[in-house]
Design a protein around this ligand. Structure first.
Ligand code: MRU
Length: 378
């Protein structure tokens, strides 16, 4: 069975509540843009592409289940206001802002069309939002194919092991995944020896979500804590030698600097030190040419409690009760906490950016030119 983070049919949207994984698989109904905003803000749905798609579809189901107006301009104004609101849910991932920009264009042009009415504008919006979900899966399959080919070629064929960070799979996207899509593709080609995934502290997207997907799909995989990455990269034995680190992205700036889950930057540094390739896998919806460099990316800071407490199944001292969860303190009370959710990896540490149309490498000047990749993408 394929893992689905988002279930959509016209008039109905459900999201897999990621706060309950890996212990419980529970879907939450999303009825409106307000529900969508909260699902994103509360981290029940997450990952840059999934955030954009849930936001877009939450407004689609709201429009499908309630009539705003017969007038095209009034429906258009309603949609634009709701999109502006949805974009405020989380700041770092650019996919949501990119989706909102494209959907606004669709709505504005539908409202201007001859004899347009409220129903036509609403339908144009819903069709474009649904198409985003379909396109994300096919983009991810392209990323998987190009990334797997690139890694296999660099490694000179045979089976390879790779390390990944955070969650970039079906749960973080509309399906298949970005960096995890590359791993899926390597596995499907018979070219994957083993995937290693980091725990991804403090919110444990790696141990809770990526590990869940890898086990679900029966991909040979090993979990490590974030602090074990350098020790792993030093191993040169045939079964552990890491051919590449492949991660996702929340925003790739015009110069290639990449914001991704906290801990990505230190992985890129250790990859450079150990001569291991470091790759970013991201659809072009994650590339933001308006942001010139990583210095211009807003990094979300999250509550300190995400570091000082963990949530898990209730443990009575003998057995785990998977139907009940409890929150446990894991830090000294009163300690100050800094909890940035993302960091920026400088382009100089990145060997390639894997997109759905191919792998972008640096030119002779040692710099990425992402404008070419973006030319056919509006
Ligand atoms: O804070 P989260 O859980 O939304 O962070 C998710 C990530 O940072 C992912 O690595 C990123 O969005 C890559 S996109 C597939």
């Amino acid at each position: 069975m394929v893992l689905e983070a988002i279930r959509y049919s016209p008039g109905s949207l459900e999201i897999l509540n990621q706060l309950k994984l890996p212990h419980q698989e529970e879907y939450d109904q999303v009825h409106s843009s307000t529900d969508g905003w909260h699902a994103i803000k509360d981290m029940r749905t997450r990952g840059a592409p999934a955030i954009a798609i849930v936001a877009a579809l939450s407004l689609a189901v709201e429009l499908q289940n309630s009539k705003v107006s017969d007038k095209a301009d009034e429906v258009a104004a309603f949609i634009l206001e709701k999109l502006n609101y949805l974009v405020t849910s989380r700041p770092t991932a650019v996919n949501l802002a990119d989706a909102a920009r494209k959907l606004k264009k669709v709505v504005e042009s539908a409202a201007k069309a001859k004899d347009s009415d409220g129903a036509a504008v609403s339908q144009a919006y819903c069709d474009a939002a649904a198409q985003m979900m379909i396109s994300d899966v096919s983009d991810n399959q392209g990323i998987g194919k190009y990334g797997a080919e690139w890694i296999s070629k660099q490694a000179g064929g045979g089976q390879v092991s790779v390390l990944t960070h955070c969650n970039t799979g079906s749960l973080a996207t509309a399906g298949y995944g970005t960096a995890l899509g590359v791993i899926r593709s390597l596995h499907a080609n018979g070219s994957l020896k083993r995937a290693f995934c980091t725990e991804t502290r403090p919110y444990n997207q790696g141990s809770r979500l990526t590990a869940f997907e890898l086990v679900h799909d029966k991909i040979p995989a090993t979990l490590i804590t974030d602090s074990m990455a350098s020790a792993l990269l030093r191993l040169k034995g045939p079964s552990e030698r890491i051919a590449a680190i492949v991660v996702g992205a929340d925003r790739v700036a015009a110069n290639g600097d990449t914001a991704n889950k906290i801990g990505t930057y230190q992985l890129a540094i250790t990859a450079k030190h150990h001569g291991v390739k470091f790759l970013v896998a991201a659809p072009r919806t994650t590339i933001d040419l308006q942001t010139l460099s990583g210095a211009d990316i807003t990094i979300e800071e999250r509550p300190g409690q995400e570091m000082t407490f963990i949530k898990g199944p209730r443990f009575d001292g003998v057995d785990l009760d998977l139907s009940q969860t409890e929150t446990v303190s894991i830090a000294a009370k009163g300690i100050d906490v800094w909890n940035p959710a993302f960091d920026v990896t400088p382009a100089e540490l990145i060997d390639g950016i894997i997109t759905e149309i191919g792998v972008v490498e640096k030119g002779e000047d040692g710099k990425f030119d992402l404008t070419i990749a973006m030319e056919a993408h509006h």
